[in-house]
Write a protein that binds this ligand. Sequence first.
Ligand code: 3HC
Length: 708
Amino acid sequence: MSDLVQLTTDNGIAIITINNPPVNALSPGVPEGIAESIEKINQDPSIQAAVLIGGGRTFIAGADIKEFGKITSGKNAGTLDLPTVLLRIEDSRKPVVMAIHGTAFGGGLEVAMAGHYRVATPGAQVGQPEVKLGIIPGAAGTQRLPRLAGIAAAVEMCAGGNPIKTEEAAKLGIVDRLIEGDLLKGAIAFAREIAGKSAPKTRDRNEKLGTPEQNAPIFAAARDAARKKQRGMMAPQAAIEAVEAATKQSFEEGCKTERELFMDCLFSDQSKAMIHVFFGDREVAKIPDIPKETQLIPVNRAAVVGAGTMGGGITMVFANAGIPVLMKETDQAALDRGMNNIRKNYETSVKRGRFTQQFVDERLKLITPTLTYDGFENADMVTEAAFEGMALKKQIFGELDRVCKPGAILASNTSTLNIDEIASATSRPQNVIGTHYFSPANVMRLLEIVRGKATSKEVIATCMNLSKKLGKVGVLVGNCRGFVGNRMFHPYVRESVFLVEEGASVEAVDSALYDFGMAMGPLAVGDLAGLDVGWRIRKEYRHLEKPGIRVAMAGDNLCEMGRYGQKTGAGWYKYDENRRATNDPEVATLVKKWATEAGIKQRQISPEEIVDRCVYALVNEGARILEEGYALRAVDIDIIYINGYGFPVYRGGPMWYADAVGLKKVYDRVREFEQQHGELWEPAPLLKQLAEQGKTFADFNKQHTATA
Ligand code: 3HC
């Protein structure tokens, strides 16, 4: 018997325990161990029924995701095939009770559904999250779940991928009984109750499969919702098709259909990209020179300087995590405005069902607005979110240095300024760090954590750890201008403006990138964020521009006309009072005039060129950042772009995308652009090197782990 599965007995009840920490994934050896246990139980006349349970903190969290890469690369033909093991469980003459705690996800729920009964602890979770990995359930989940929960719930769970609590699972019929207290004891007692009675096989239960008339609108609505909410992804549509097969085919045929769809998804570029993102989400938390055991600084009280859009959002982030937080402004009117915005924001969340009124009331009690630094001496962490200006930031950090207790973390939300210079205003640069939130701070998942020269390991480890508690994905970056995200965004936006100046319409540029999968086109993003933001920064840094290098002018010219974007009713687009955009023919006329005056030739530009120009501009800058060590690994850049810049998850992030296209191809295209457009397109040395060696950015990960 495999070490991963133990078989014991308790007075006629067999107990099968899966012990494959940390999440009891169905790694090679686990399905085999389960199959062997079932066989033994059926041969042992003293056994009346069995309980299958997960050791440690959870039931089975699914197939072992690491194995998928081995299968698609041909290194593993697949372990004993899971659907067959599940049939053996279901065919067992002794009834099997599945005891669920923690998470029964993916293959875990599929195992559970092959049992004859399911009991669970309240508050545990069950789900078919496969679509989040670009695949669909592959062990009859799309066939057994509708038989237990009905079509509507099965479609939602398989196509949406979100888990449900066991309380709801009990209502739906997935779970037969909730057990308070000791789960194993309760499950054994349950097994004694049902021992000797007929054991229902899920695959024979057809009563919830509905009629074609009932089902057609469910499938149509699900397909429509998936097209909108999971735009561009193939797995959700495949999951719906597989559940539909359960309503039209026998169980056996439905399983075959599911397997074909599963394999199509598994071998797709989308699933490879999404699996990369799954592991990337976890990889970014690992900092090579900061050991796991690094002492963390407890953050039980926080303070925020600034009650503007970012300050208010960051205050909410702390409050939402249950951490009491002071929010400081310099004058009463600004403070009141900040608090009102927070209240309004929470009201909207209640209206949309994101939070309950009670949750919001409790969070508001955690926020203390203030005009002074009183109370800052108790804060474990202070986040400065004042206007972007070095003099002001240094003044604030000087004051924080005076009022804060020794050891308090002093963080700046700067998006561009030098953390070391900010830290120099204090006597404790080791406690100073950048925590760069993305707007709206209470919604966007990304948190760039900027490491200064002197920032201590404890402070970095605490911020990385805290980001998870705050509901963020923290990515450690080095201290360069624009850090990682904005530094790459600059050439991306620059190319989008160049393309318009060269004759592409504003809509053509935005829709090419939207169709590529970006959440929004770059020009629409500019209008949303305010074109004046970049314009002001560019004016400040104009002296750093190299003479003779082309500068994107159209956006700045629009600002000179007062067209700042949504907030002024016009930018690249025109906006009505509800901020709905329409195309503005005046922009096309103006840009054409400016381009002609500047001697820029107008031409037809294809969507492919638009995508290559903008996305390869991201990649080329990303390669420089990686080589310079401002990002630890290519995957860190990918996670930043997916969580902070609307890059499509199913393309795996810009660096993964470039690897998938092939770096030789990307490099050749960059060289072509260099010949056409000049030195702004000079290929990054790392891109050139890897392309020539036939390597990928992912290969570079394994060799370099230094940060700036
Ligand atoms: N396979 C392999 N490794 C897994 C895994 C899995 N299914 N689930 C988690 N892990 C690993 C993580 O990579 C992480 O490794 P690390 O410590 O080396 O970074 C470790 O287990 C702990 O995971 P988390 O950090 O995510 O732990 P949490 O406690 O925060 O979350 C969880 C636990 C909710 C189970 C979460 O890990 C999760 O959602 N896992 C994925 C579940 C999933 O997608 N299951 C479906 C798999 S596909 C499938 O089953 C196909 C089937 O239909 C045939």
